[in-house]
Design a protein around this ligand. Structure first.
Ligand code: CP
Length: 309
């Protein structure tokens, strides 16, 4: 297989296992490229890509921009703060005005679930979802699974626990879809109030005891408490949350096996994980960030090359 089955990357739900494996094998090649002294290839020369960020980002925004520049694309960056969105311009008008300037692909982060899907139906451009509310964050899930494959040799058969604020996390949903398509076993762990009501329909194990989750898994993907998306109190205090769901080095060292620690970032040090866990030899957090560039290069390259039927 040499091309993706989709025109856009809206969510992992739309990808096949073959799509994911094609992205990974392409990312393997780009990872080799970005470790060379000359890190740039001409693959997307004369392709213009707009990065539209309607919500804050550090990693995803920089990673996409770097991936685009490594592929020799022309890049424009837009953030809603300081734009005419503040004067009442709609999403479709904003994007169509940008596309009128001959843009080929759009990478978009937006606070509303379904925003990328909505855009794909109304504008004539390839759309990549860089996170839509609490719905999906497909490129994060792909770089996470790529990093597990790199560290453990394969994703199939591995036990991955996703721990923390599952309810508000787009990373959790995309990771569940991606890991299951690749044959991993997935557990979610956190307080009952931070589990979505539909969680049992996703075919994952659920656990509320952190120690049991850590004893079960090969990989723990630690999620941030997303206070900015919480409109009510889901637990008494951050201190209490940390006592029950925060991972410390002492706890990791007391387990019978060495597990891998992941985190999509941004980390709240001292809440979901302590600094000595984040910076330990078991953590692959910065490997995830490094792999994000190669994985995003692969996605941009494959979508750009997908000619319309
Ligand atoms: N992991 C992630 O999406 O980080 P940013 O919000 O900084 O892009």
């Amino acid at each position: 297989m040499t091309k993706l089955s989709t025109k856009h990357l809206l969510g992992i739900k739309d990808l096949t296992k073959d799509d994911i494996e094609l992205i990974f094998s392409t990312a393997d090649n780009f990872k080799e490229v970005i470790n060379r002294p000359i890190k740039k290839v001409p693959s997307l020369r004369d392709t213009t890509i707009a990065n539209l960020f309607f919500e804050n980002s550090t990693r995803t925004k920089i990673s996409f921009e770097l991936a685009e520049k490594r592929l020799s694309a022309d890049v424009i960056n837009f953030s809603s703060s300081g734009s005419s969105v503040k004067k009442g311009e709609t999403l479709i008008d904003t994007v169509n005005n940008i596309l009128a300037m001959k843009v080929d692909m759009v990478v978009m982060r937006h606070p509303s679930p379904g925003a990328a899907m909505f855009l794909s139906k109304h504008v004539n451009s390839k759309i990549i979802n860089a996170g839509d509310g609490a719905h999906e964050h497909p490129t994060q899930a792909l770089l996470d699974a790529f990093s597990i494959r790199e560290k453990l040799g394969d994703v199939k058969g591995k036990k991955v626990a996703i721990i923390g604020d599952i309810l508000h996390s787009r990373v959790a949903l995309s990771n569940i879809f991606c890991l299951q398509k690749l044959g991993a076993e997935v557990m979610v762990c956190g307080p009952t109030t931070l589990m979505p009501k539909y969680i049992n329909s996703l075919g994952v194990k659920t656990e509320h005891d952190l120690r049991k989750a850590l004893e079960w898994c090969d990989v723990a993907n630690m999620l941030r408490i997303q206070l900015e998306r919480q409109d009510i109190r889901y637990f008494p205090s951050l201190r209490e949350y940390t006592m029950l769901y925060g991972v410390s080095k002492k706890m990791l060292d007391s387990l019978k096996k060495q597990i891998i620690i992941m985190h999509p970032g941004p980390i709240n040090r001292g809440i979901e994980i302590t600094s000595d866990v984040a910076d330990s030899g078991q953590s692959i957090i910065l490997n995830q960030v490094e792999n994000g560039v190669a994985v995003r290069m692969a996605i941009l390259y494959l979508l750009a090359g997908r000619t319309e039927e």
